[in-house]
Design a protein around this ligand. Structure first.
Ligand code: NDP
Length: 283
């Protein structure tokens, strides 16, 4: 049976998810049938598209109408994805946002958040005691919760107050740009804002970044595919820098693993294999 998957978002044309998932599905089939018998047709397990969603309230309806077996949900619908699925599992329950839906055999739609684990996979080998997150949006929630789950001290700095309330309510140390007086230095500084995505902005005042970078070891930007002003400055201060490309791949491979968990054949494609397939196509 061919399963259909999609990514929902607005905008959505730029999304790399269809190419990552479709390529990994094809490569998995290719590898799982290494010695095909002549004339025998092997099934393709699934096909992954993209859907522009204009009304967030229609998310679940569209998922059902298109008879999707699974989906990814991106900006700005991750909170709606949390609200509109039947059950939420894992760290998504703390984050309050889902980026992955899986329709289980009994028909229920289960929501997950693979951004969190996808981010952590990028930094798992590093020695980090304290981290500072710049920004307080949906991705900051995922990053904050997973870092705390791994025993890392987390503080947040945002240009405005409103979105910090969620983090204050969950016991994180929070600063607005104008009252930033850190109580410690940070090993890792993470940019989760969209500053630098379509402009040459830094996520906060240059002098503050320079002071942070003087004591830090690592800088991570969730934005991928371009040298952001944030990472360029961090590099100038001698920090080890990473952009969001690996996070994108890891969260996608984790989602594909969830999509395929009830399919005996696809279960043979390990997470590590799915990651390497995705790396082949996203160079
Ligand atoms: P949200 O819209 O939920 O949050 C954006 C945050 O950025 C807010 O805190 C906002 O502050 C802040 N911000 C926006 N513009 C500026 C600016 N010019 N200066 C300072 N702060 C700013 O977005 P998400 O958290 O969902 O996503 C953020 C970024 O992370 C995007 O670029 C996205 O593409 C990327 N991302 C990458 C992933 C990956 O796999 N690599 C996964 C998920 C996200 P305020 O509250 O004041 O508005």
């Amino acid at each position: 049976m061919l399963n259909f998957f999609a990514v929902f978002g607005n905008p959505i044309t730029h999304s790399k998810s269809p190419i990552l998932h479709n390529y990994a599905l094809l490569r998995a089939m290719q590898d799982l049938h290494k010695k095909p018998k002549e004339g025998k047709v092997y099934p393709l397990y699934g096909c992954y598209g993209r859907i522009l969603l204009t009304d967030s309230k229609e998310l679940r309806k569209k998922f059902d109408i298109h008879t999707l077996s699974g989906a990814n949900i991106t900006l700005p619908f991750k909170e709606e994805a949390f609200a509109q699925c039947d059950e939420v599992r894992g760290i998504a329950r703390e984050i309050g946002a889902c980026n992955t839906w899986v329709r289980e055999k009994n028909g229920i739609v289960v929501g997950y958040n693979t951004d969190a684990e996808g981010f952590y996979a990028c930094i798992a080998g590093l020695t980090i005691n304290n981290a500072l997150i710049l920004g307080a949006g949906g991705s900051a929630r995922a990053v904050a919760m997973i870092l705390r789950a791994h025993g890392i001290g987390v503080s947040l700095l945002n240009r405005s107050q409103k979105r910090l309330n969620f983090f204050r309510d969950h016991g994180f140390e929070c600063y607005e740009s104008e009252n930033f007086e850190p109580s410690c230095s940070y090993d890792l500084i993470i940019n989760t804002t969209s500053a630098g995505l379509n402009n040459d902005f830094l996520p906060c005042e240059k002098g503050k970044l320079e002071a942070m970078f003087a004591d830090a070891c690592y800088a991570f930007d969730l934005i991928y595919g371009m040298p952001t002003p944030f990472l360029t400055l961090a590099k100038a201060y001698g920090l080890n820098v990473s952009d969001g490309k690996d996070m994108l791949i890891y969260q996608a491979a984790l989602a594909l693993e969830l999509f395929c968990k009830d399919i005996p054949l696809m279960q043979e494609a390990t997470y590590t294999q799915l990651v390497s397939y995705m790396r082949e196509i996203f160079v």
